[in-house]
Design a protein around this ligand. Structure first.
Ligand code: NAD
Length: 259
């Protein structure tokens, strides 16, 4: 999408998992760059809506589960009815599951795959059709370093994020020639509610994590949001398609992480 096109109206993006954490930061960053937003989440994103409006954007919310196709259809309708167009899609909603492979239930496996992989597929398919119709659009999927590395005790999560990287590359190949770019961002550890729950389950202290990240700190939600804003904007990343960009302080390149 191009911010140059604001003469035809502000650019519009759909962000999933927008109520808190990384999705909230992405939404506020995009609003500050001139976007109006459709905020999708299981929970009503009251605080994000307020912050988006404070940052100068308009926000419409859609409460729903991204694993259901109905949520993708409602998000697209809300976008077209509310703003008349869709330029960007950020598939950020996700859940984690820290468990040894042999102790991972089929129920855990299916739910993680449904939210982290089927959800982005459905959102990409439904919103992508509209972008292809117009021949213009940009999609960013929030994968993870777990989509690059095989980190122990996360079999369902890793498989879902590796799948999301595969989805990203495939759509980039299929749609790049038709005006729709598809990229992924792969965060390392980010201080959010998900991270706090995972640290408790895995028994990692902040110092354990910081000592293993070459740059010595957690990613901030804003670090991820800036990468997303860059990849959505055709002026800054117009020839970038199918990349999976780590935002992890160098963790993915450091072979010393043994979980
Ligand atoms: P979070 O748990 O803090 O927030 C996730 C948001 O997604 C919540 O608002 C939640 O309600 C929403 N959500 C969850 N399941 C949903 C569903 N089925 N439908 C709609 N909304 C749903 O998590 P976060 O840390 O902000 O994670 C955001 C994304 O970043 C996830 O895809 C996650 O896998 C990825 N990620 C996080 C980290 C980290 O360390 N926090 C690292 C790498 C990647």
């Amino acid at each position: 999408m191009s911010l140059e096109r604001t003469e035809f109206g502000r650019p519009v993006a759909i962000v999933t998992g927008a109520a808190r954490g990384i999705g909230r930061s992405i939404s506020v960053t995009l609003a500050s760059e001139g976007y109006d937003l459709v905020l999708v989440d299981l929970d009503e994103p009251y605080e994000t809506s307020e912050e988006v409006e404070d940052a100068g954007g308009k926000a419409v919310s859609v409460v729903g589960d991204v694993a259901l196709v109905d949520t993708a259809l409602r998000a697209l309708s809300a976008c077209l009815e509310g703003f008349g167009r869709v330029d960007g899609l950020v598939n950020n909603a996700g859940i984690s599951c820290i468990r040894r492979a042999e102790e991972t239930s089929l129920e855990d496996w299916e739910r993680v795959l449904a939210v982290n992989l089927t959800g982005p597929f459905l959102m990409c398919r439904e919103v992508g059709r509209e972008m292809l119709r117009r021949g213009d659009g940009s999609i960013v999927n929030i994968a993870s370093v777990a989509g690059i590395l095989g980190i122990s005790e996360r079999v369902a999560y890793n498989a879902s994020k590796h799948g999301l990287v595969g989805l990203t590359r495939t759509l980039a190949a299929e749609w790049g020639g038709r005006g729709v770019r598809v990229n992924a961002v792969c965060p390392g550890w980010v201080k959010t509610g998900m991270d706090e729950r995972d640290q408790l389950t895995a028994g990692y202290t902040d110092a354990d994590i910081e000592s293993r990240v070459p740059m010595g700190r957690f990613a901030r939600p804003e670090d991820v949001a800036q990468a997303v804003a860059f990849l959505l904007d055709i002026k800054r990343s117009g020839f970038i398609n199918g990349v999976c960009l780590p935002v992890d302080g160098g963790w993915h390149g450091d072979g010393s992480w043994d979980s």
